[in-house]
Design a protein around this ligand. Structure first.
Ligand SMILES: [Zn+2]
Length: 226
């Protein structure tokens, strides 16, 4: 009898690389579908896509962003939260503040910090988006340790904020555009990756970089026009 699933055109996504395929120990097809299936289990693996019998599967295995590791700047988790940080940057712009936004996400609790630059409003040189968001996040976690949290910021953190990231034990920092004047994660300094310090964060730059840089350029261009 032929395999009803393979002929029905049902999307049958490939098992992700690196994960054990639960259907791989049996000799027969592990899928639950009517009738007996003579197809060998190995047919569900990517390696067999050159088999014309499974031609439709080639179509459904188009590259998916959900296959990306979290270390990839194109990961949809990063894009979604950077878009949120961009909304914060726009809120700063509306207050005539330099448009920089920050979001902190706990992998257990979700978004626990969301802030924008308020240096002028608060008349405080330390009121950078990251500093405010880190304080919010620490209150939400009831701890100064922000383990299992990711910080998203539209501009590469400065030395002060990179220092705060290290102190907060944040394991991952994702930023939008680089800052050639004060960037302290990649550009001028690498504070978040300095082996002399007692904590290092994984740094991912360039997420929605064009949008993050564009809002800053537009803000300063408008200022110059007066
Ligand atoms: Zn800063």
């Amino acid at each position: 009898m032929s395999c009803a699933v393979s002929e029905g055109g049902v999307s049958n996504p490939p098992w992700p690389d690196g994960l054990e395929n639960p259907s791989s120990d049996g000799e027969k097809c592990g899928l639950a579908h009517p009738g007996s299936c003579e197809r060998e289990t190995a047919s569900h693996n990517r390696q067999n896509f050159d088999n014309p019998h499974f031609a439709f599967e080639i179509h459904v295995t188009d590259w998916s962003p959900f296959d990306l590791p979290l270390t990839d700047p194109r990961h949809p988790f990063h894009l979604e939260h950077m878009a949120m940080a961009l909304d914060e940057a726009r809120a700063a712009e509306a207050e005539d503040e330099v448009p920089i936004g920050c979001v902190i996400v706990s992998l257990k609790k979700g978004v626990i910090g969301k802030a924008h630059n308020q240096r002028e409003t608060l008349k405080d040189p330390t009121a950078h988006a990251e500093m405010i968001a880190i304080t919010q996040a620490a209150q939400a976690m009831e701890s100064w340790r922000l383990e299992q949290c990711i910080l998203y910021v539209t501009l590469e953190p400065c030395p002060m904020c990179a220092g705060a990231i290290v102190l907060a034990r944040l394991p991952m920092v994702v930023y939008g555009c680089t800052d050639p004047k004060a960037g302290a994660c990649d550009t001028l300094f690498r504070i978040t990756n300095d082996p002399r310090l007692n904590h290092r964060a994984q740094v991912i730059g360039g997420v929605l970089a064009e949008e993050c840089g564009g809002i800053l350029s537009a803000f300063f261009a408008a200022k110059r026009r007066g």
